[in-house]
Design a protein around this ligand. Structure first.
Ligand code: CMP
Length: 842
């Protein structure tokens, strides 16, 4: 066999063995990685023994297999260039960067701080009891500073942690890979390029190098990730092309950073994966994204399994070389690393949490995170890189390979295997009293339904009725037992309400996901809605019903992007951004309204059956309040922009129609009435039509001065010449609901006429006063040259005409009649007389 043939054969053999492991792991109730390491060690042991036992091994097959595997020579280059990009890119694409964005600050702090703390603590600990250089000890510590994201995620899934917390730790785990590997690279270069510089220069160079390499890598990754996401959204080829582009992205960003730009390739891959994953998930179709994600999961599985097996194959050989002092050092390393991580969890995380304004994380959770910090493929790969690097002095290679491997083995054999017991011991996985009640109710409900159907089934299928009765008796007994669990106490009802609302909201999220999958809502809108439901879920978990209500209200309020769009409109007369934001908000509200409407029915039937009358009443109330709020917001738009409202409603209905059509075709196909060929043809056509609805039609803000002037009676009465003059002086402006147009105490710089909409004047004392179409405000500060006397807040969308201070003075000087009127009104307002309003023309 040629050498290439041997390598291919050996890898194929290994993959064949690996394929059997997931099932074995489930049988043995052990984490998968533990079984993997076991396989690797066994192979390594076999290789070691086979040298002595040539010929006496049972059968030529095993001998042949070991011989093939022996040929596999994994060089550092292969690890760094082939496996590492896959391992990192895979995890990075799994995280939705938009969710990460909210907590990016704390995550970055946590990731960088955790790596630096672990590296420093464990490195210094080993250094203090050994004769190795500080750089060598720090290198070792950097290698073991990265936790395995998949292991961490598995732990969290096991304990059912809150979503935001999971995201925090997942994100941290991913970014700490990048930080630790970047640190590793710099330390390795210090060790291999032996220099005569002083330690201070070396240390300062380390910090600068690290910063530049980190920032540079992030920039390369962000740019390439973005470009690829844009390209991929144009390809639209149903999967294969998209997957290929993502694989190319992973390797190109690594290669470009490492070879041409000399910045951190690892950071580039992580950031490229994050950016690509976040953008492409929204821009390519659901099917395409699923292909991308399935293939990457597969690649990640191969890479981590192979690295694991190949690295643990060296374990027996490495461990044979281990000396008693190594064991001591390993103990110190483990203690140092655990202490640093504990400090991070118990010392740094609380500060981060306060910054985040989150509920405290219980000590038992933290203990689980601490113990669950298993090290995996990345650590082993890095250790192998050092072990195989001939430029590194032999004693350091020995130190790193023995201790890092020992460390991984410790986390796998001791931590991972006892984790489940710890979780159980700390009772983090136990059902809460509310969950127990729900479990009993759910069981009772289903068993009741089963009882109803048993005899029916016996009759329909012509079975023995006596047998049916026996089964029925069994169920009746269990049901009696379940129903005896009793009505929950008062305080329990509050908790039940939480669970009920969480269930309803999860259902809401499912509805959005379904609509995205069917293409009936635009992906962008769908993504926003999903983020919002996640916020709601976190709110209910953290602050109960109050927090839920509050978050639901803030969700309908103006978000930062819309406020920014409003600012661009006011300051720089850029209207397009505001118009498209508003259009998107309308679409989102319409979808939300439809889904919430369906949730009412869901609550009335399913929730009521499970949670009982009282809880359902309150839950319904909460959902209905959300619908009311949406209606108010939609009404505000409809009043201001009836024509646009008409267009958007039409599109919304068309989408719904397409969806119904789709369901119809699918039904016909499943009944065999039309062939798959025809179905595909029809679906393609429908997709094409849906795509046309993806972009939201532009909204005309309707800010034409001419038209607006006619709505203000005061201005409408002016003669033609004066109106012509005014037309040039007045500036149209749209105020958003809740926007503070004028602030009390500020210096006045303009006066406003309301061409449509309503505002509220909020004075320091007395009831707020409403002004509507045709009214004006902001005149007092200009006439009396004093600070604004009140806040003026828009009640809905208001179209205003703004007259700036200088223009106001010039114009009114030449039109004393008008000045008189404005002045009179200002004086009356000051005296507190109700405003005199002229009838508004119909
Ligand atoms: P100004 O003081 O410039 O800014 C706040 C504005 O609120 C003020 O001008 C008036 O236009 C308006 N305002 C204040 N008091 C009243 C009132 N009593 N009735 C109607 N509008 C008022």
């Amino acid at each position: 066999m040629t050498s290439t043939g041997r390598i291919v054969f050996a890898i194929a053999l290994l993959l064949g063995l690996i394929a059997l492991l997931p099932r074995l792991a489930a049988r043995l109730m052990l984490p998968y990685t533990v079984v993997l390491a076991g396989l690797g060690c066994a192979l390594g042991l076999g290789l070691g023994l086979s040298d002595h036992l040539v010929g006496s091994l049972p059968g030529p097959l095993i001998w042949g297999l070991l011989d093939q595997v022996r040929q596999l020579d994994i060089t550092p280059d292969i690890l760094l260039w082939v496996f590492l990009p896959i391992l990192l890119f895979d995890t990075a694409t799994k995280i939705d960067g938009r969710e990460l964005l909210d907590d990016l600050g704390p995550i970055l702090i946590l990731a960088v701080v955790a790596v630096l703390m672990t590296t420093a603590a464990a490195g210094l600990a080993v250094w203090s009891v050994s004769s190795f250089s500080l750089a060598a000890c720090l290198l070792l510590a950097a290698i073991i500073a990265t936790t395995d994201p998949s292991a961490v995620t598995a732990v969290f899934r096991e304990v059912g942690a809150r979503r935001r917390l999971t995201l925090l730790v997942e994100g941290e785990s991913l970014l700490n890979d990048a930080a630790a590997i970047a640190l590793f690279g710099t330390l390795l270069s210090i060790i291999t390029v032996r220099s005569t510089e002083s330690e201070v220069t070396v240390a300062s160079r380390l910090v600068i190098d690290l910063g530049v390499s980190f920032a540079g890598g992030a920039l390369v990754g962000a740019v390439l990730g973005r470009i690829t996401a844009t390209l991929v959204s144009r390809i639209d080829q149903g999967g294969p092309a998209e997957v290929t582009a993502s694989v190319a992205l992973a390797y190109v960003s690594y290669a470009v950073s490492e070879t041409y730009l000399h910045v951190s390739g690892v950071v580039a891959v992580v950031v490229a994966g994050l950016v690509f994953g976040t953008l492409a998930r929204m821009r390519v179709g659901l099917k395409e994204w699923q292909s991308v994600s399935t293939i990457w999961t597969q690649l990640g599985f191969w890479a981590s399994s192979l690295v694991f097996v190949l690295a643990s194959m060296l374990v027996p050989r490495t461990m044979v070389q281990a000396q008693p002092t190594d064991l001591l050092l390993l103990g110190v390393l483990i203690l140092g690393a655990l202490a640093a991580r504990a400090l991070c969890l118990f010392g740094v995380l609380p500060i981060v949490r306060i910054l985040l304004k989150q509920r405290p994380i219980s000590a038992s959770y933290k203990l689980v995170i601490l113990w669950g910090g298993v090290r995996g493929a990345v650590t082993l790969a890095l250790a192998l890189v050092v072990a195989e690097d001939v430029r590194v002095p032999a004693d350091i290679r020995h130190l790193v390979s023995v201790l890092a491997t020992g460390f991984v083995l410790f986390t796998l054999l001791v931590q991972a295997t006892t984790l489940r017991a710890l979780i159980r011991g700390l009772k983090v996985d136990q059902l809460t009293p509310v969950e127990r009640i729900l479990r009993a109710r759910a069981l009772a409900l289903t068993q009741g339904e089963i009882l109803d159907r048993l005899s029916e089934a016996a009759i329909v299928h012509g079975l023995d009725l006596e047998a049916a009765e026996e089964v029925e008796a069994l169920y009746r007994k269990r049901l009696g037992y379940l129903e005896n669990t009793g009505e929950p106490a008062e305080e329990m009802q509050g908790q039940q309400l939480r669970v009920a609302l969480a269930t309803i909201t999860t259902r809401e999220a499912d509805a959005y996901s379904e609509e995205i999958a069917e293409g009936t809502i635009s992906r962008r809108a769908g993504a926003i809605l999903l983020t919002r439901t996640n916020d709601l879920l976190d709110a209910i978990k953290e602050g109960g019903v109050q927090a839920y209500r509050k978050t639901a209200r803030t969700n309908t309020r103006l978000d930062r992007a819309t406020r920014l769009a409003g600012f661009l409109h006011r300051r720089f007369r850029i209207n397009s951004v505001l118009a498209s934001r508003m259009a998107q908000r309308i679409e989102i509200r319409l979808i939300q309204r439809r889904v919430l409407e369906n949730l009412i029915a869901f609550t009335r039937s399913r929730i009521k059956a499970l949670f009982g009358e009282r809880v359902t009443e309150v839950a319904l109330h909460v959902v209905e309040a959300r619908i009311d709020e949406l209606d108010r917001a939609l009404d505000a738009i409809r009043l201001q922009y009836p024509a646009y409202w008409h267009v958007v409603s039409g599109r919304f209905l068309s989408r719904t129609a397409v969806r119904l059509e789709l369901e119809g075709y699918q039904r016909m196909a499943s009944e065999g009435l039309i062939s798959p060929e025809i179905l595909r043809h029809m679906m393609d056509e429908l997709q094409e039509r849906l795509r046309a609805f993806e972009t939201i039609p532009p909204l005309d803000l309707n800010l034409d001065v001419d038209a607006l002037i006619t709505s203000v009676p005061l201005l409408g009465k002016l003669d033609e010449q004066a109106r012509e003059e005014l037309r040039r002086l007045l500036v149209p402006q749209l105020a958003l609901p809740g926007e503070r147009i004028v602030r009390r105490g500020e210096r006045g710089d303009a006066m406003y006429f309301i061409a449509s909409g309503a505002v509220e004047v909020q004075r320091e004392e007395g009831e707020p006063i409403r002004l509507g179409t045709g009214d004006f405000f902001g005149e007092m500060a200009l006439i009396m040259r004093r600070p604004r006397v009140a806040d003026v807040v828009a009640l809905g969308y208001c179209r205003l005409l703004v007259l700036r201070r200088d223009a106001f003075r010039n114009f009114l000087k030449r039109h004393p009649d008008l000045m008189q009127q404005v002045r009179r009104s200002a004086e009356e307002r000051l005296r507190g007389k109700p405003p005199e309003r002229e009838p508004v023309p119909a």
